[in-house]
Design a protein around this ligand. Structure first.
Ligand SMILES: Cc1ncc(COP(=O)(O)O)c(C=O)c1O
Ligand SMILES: N[C@@H](CCOP(=O)(O)O)C(=O)O
Length: 458
């Protein structure tokens, strides 16, 4: 399988090359040239998660990994998810199901992709002897998952930029307490969009990129998206492969894009519903056709405090029929604050996506209500998903809401809602006793470059 950039001016790559590159050299995002349908959907129900993962991921990796390598990577990755089903589906109400994606080592859905791609990176780097510098931007969960997955791996340094003061204490400590020499937590002045913009600056500086062997593990990296497709298949399989709606707490649009790819592979996804907090650029874009960047407002769902939603570029590319020239034009306009989606592309997007926005008070109320009605304690991000899903449930169509993080990652918000601080699982019992290691950095690409060059160990 070959991968092309959404901006049409970067080399066409295979899976492994796209995985190791992250962002395309023209600033775009890689997508497969064609998306193949997956046969045998009716045989998936009852299979172990690992087997479904193999069948879903295999067509995307081409001949980059042998079957044995891919199966081994999948088995090692998902052995770290502390639930036999890996992504269990629990019923919240008749017709409404919660897909729990928070049983991994860092308690967020990011573990599903990050654990797997760390295994694949390791195989690829052992084979080539290449040394790389991973730089990631996080609003809290990608960073902790990346550090957990890549810490201690040979030939890799991992630098994670998070917005200083804007992640939860649990998230921060997950990033600052690992003692491994190849891990570097960077607290950046600014918000997540600043971190992501600086990350793209680093990728777009080709001399720096080549000097340090820059790689990315945000969902701008196609391999992240691929791994996130799998749980749409396991969820739909356990609901009998009926047309199903999925509601996804959304920020950078990676998780919901994975659902869109699953649909293109033939999964009976009816609608994908974007659920946002007050940082609602995606809801505004789908409602009005205007994609205009606003201020990032801090919220009780900090992982979704995002305005510039990177993977929306992939959805736009698909909605514009693969017109890379149109995407280049839109991304140029974005530099000046935003763009108008063409009527045709907007209609295409609206056929597939619905959206909703949830206030802080509604988020707290949903945590409260859901616990009372079902006993399930939601994290604030998952609560946003549940609240928006409830507005879109239609009789006869199952609704699956993605529960993207464990409530114990956001104890302050959960306590405000239900008066209880959810306990951390035993493997994280010492988190608050460990010493922290972090560098404060200004929101400045030159400062970041100097720090990375000085600190990398490879
Ligand atoms: C807990 C949680 N929920 C939802 C999201 C939004 O996911 P995405 O960025 O893939 O839209 C994130 C961040 O990515 C997250 O960490
Ligand atoms: N919410 C994310 C933001 C980055 O998302 P990614 O999926 O593009 O890596 C986070 O927790 O960091």
């Amino acid at each position: 399988m070959r991968y092309v950039s959404t901006r049409g001016q970067a080399p066409v790559l295979n899976f492994e090359e796209a995985m190791l590159s992250g962002l395309a050299r023209d600033g775009g995002l890689y997508l497969p040239e064609t998306i193949l349908t997956l046969d045998g959907l009716e045989t998936l129900d009852g299979l172990p998660y690992e087997e479904v993962a193999f069948r879903v991921i295999r067509p995307f990796t081409g001949d980059c990994f042998t079957d044995a390598e891919l199966r081994g990577a999948i088995d090692r990755a998902y052995a770290r998810i502390a639930h036999a089903a890996r992504a269990p589906l629990v019923q919240l109400a008749p017709g409404h199901h919660l897909l729990e994606l928070f049983h991994g080592p860092t308690l967020a859905f990011k573990d599903f992709a990050m654990q797997l791609i760390a295994q694949l990176f390791e195989i690829a780097l052992k084979r080539s002897g290449q040394k790389i510098t991973i730089v990631g931007a996080t609003s809290g969960d990608t960073g902790s998952a990346a550090i957990e997955a890549f810490r201690g791996i040979d030939n890799v340094d991992v630098f994670i930029m998070y917005p200083h003061g804007r992640v939860s204490e649990v998230q921060r400590r997950q990033m600052t307490t690992p003692p491994n020499a190849n891990v570097h937590a960077l607290a950046v002045t600014g918000h997540f969009d600043d971190c992501q913009a600086r990350l793209k600056d680093l990728f777009n500086d080709h001399a720096f990129r080549d000097e340090v062997g820059l790689a990315g593990v945000n969902s701008i990296n196609w391999s992240r998206v691929v791994a996130q497709i799998v749980y749409y298949f396991t969820a739909a399989a356990s609901l009998g492969m009926r047309p199903t709606d999925f509601c996804v707490p959304t920020g950078n649009f990676g998780d919901i894009l994975a659902g869109s790819i699953a649909k293109r592979m033939g999964l009976p996804v009816r609608r994908l519903i974007v659920a946002t907090n007050q940082n609602d650029i995606l809801h505004r874009a789908l409602t009005t056709g205007e994609y205009r960047v606003g201020e990032v407002a801090p919220s009780i769902s900090p992982s979704m405090d995002i305005q510039v939603s990177s993977n929306f570029e992939r959805a736009l590319f698909l909605a514009y029929g693969g017109d890379a020239g149109a995407i280049r034009q839109l991304m140029d306009e974005l530099k000046a604050g935003g763009f108008t989606i063409s009527q045709g592309a907007l209609e295409t997007l609206r056929e597939e996506f619905r959206s909703g926005r949830v206030s802080e008070e509604e988020t707290l109320e949903t945590i409260r209500r859901t616990r009372e009605a079902t006993g399930e304690v939601l994290c604030p991000h998952s609560a946003i998903g549940v609240a928006v899903a409830e507005q879109h449930i239609e009789p006869g169509v199952p609704m699956v809401t993605l529960a993207t993080a464990h409530p114990a990652k956001f104890p302050d918000a959960v306590e405000r809602a239900i008066g209880i601080r959810p306990p951390l699982p035993p493997h994280m019992a010492e988190l608050f006793d460990l010493p922290e290691r972090v560098s404060r950095v200004e929101n400045d690409v030159e400062a970041l470059k100097s720090l990375i060059l000085e600190r990398r160990t490879q």
